[in-house]
Design a protein around this ligand. Structure first.
Ligand code: API
Length: 261
């Protein structure tokens, strides 16, 4: 069984074909460890129909992954698993549609569906609104908005997103009791109406170089607050994603094959 390493804007994944009887939660903790492939997650590829399973580095399963699905799409192309440039991918968050835009370097656009602000969607621990909710962490006032966009996301607007890497706020929000299933946390700096800088602390992983659904959630919350237009460039530590949409959300970005073992 070959194992492949791919990345989307620096968000790294091991990719393997599905095999019956595997304990993928356990596999993920081994394959993603720094002794092995040192990745943020494990992607398992099912065929007929194409389906993506995503396991975080700690073995927990995530419903969807934006950077992961672009890597999945490049894997489909590299292995000739689809003859089409447009195909559907089943995920736990529903069916996503991939459009391959360019082979080398690889770029695709993915319709990742619609956001859901309802408390049930993202595992809210109470019934109060999670839109612009203010709480105190270590005596500091934090205002955030949570939603389901492919997976569970929380968005916090900040003056300086890269500076948040030095703080433990991402980890503290991720594990906050207000979230029954934890949350991915996105720190968002609005540069102008068409550009954001986003840094994400991921559930089951920690700080990552990029998070596709997180950039999408950040775009949605910024758009709905009237801070950006219907299309933005999101700047990450390694590269950028374009996110757009008024109803369905479209994510456009690269994926890179690193090596196979
Ligand atoms: N990195 C992914 C999201 C993984 C989400 C996962 N950490 C979770 O538990 O929800 C992305 O590019 O969208």
């Amino acid at each position: 069984m070959s194992t492949y390493k791919y990345n989307g804007c620096g968000n790294t994944f091991v990719i393997r074909d599905f095999e019956d009887g595997m304990n993928y939660a356990e596999e993920a903790t081994v394959l993603c460890s720094s002794e092995q492939f040192d990745t943020d997650g494990l992607i398992v590829v099912k065929q007929n129909p194409l389906e993506m399973l995503l396991f975080n580095r700690d073995g927990s399963q995530a419903p969807m992954c934006g950077n992961g699905i672009r890597c999945f799409a490049k894997y489909v192309l590299d292995k000739g698993l689809s003859a089409e440039n447009q195909f559907a991918v089943q995920t736990l968050a529903g069916e996503m549609t991939v459009d391959i835009l360019q082979h080398e370097p690889f770029y695709c656009e993915v319709n990742i569906g619609r956001p859901d602000y309802s408390n049930e969607a993202f595992g809210a621990a109470d019934d109060a609104s999670y839109v612009n909710r203010t709480i105190y962490i270590d005596g500091k006032e934090i205002t955030f908005t949570s939603l389901f966009m492919g997976t569970v996301h929380t968005v916090v607007f900040v003056e300086d997103a890269p500076a948040m890497l030095e703080s433990d706020l991402g980890e503290k929000l991720c594990h906050h009791p207000l979230f029954a299933q934890q949350t991915n946390v996105n720190f968002v700096q609005v540069l102008n109406q068409e550009e954001l800088i986003v840094r994400t602390f991921e559930r089951g992983v920690g700080w990552t170089l990029a998070c596709g659904t997180g950039c999408s959630a950040s775009f949605v919350v910024a758009r709905d607050a009237g801070l950006v237009k219907d299309k933005v460039t999101v700047h990450l530590e390694q590269g950028a994603l374009t996110i757009s949409g008024t109803e369905d959300v479209y994510m456009n970005g690269p994926a890179v094959f690193e090596y196979k073992k």
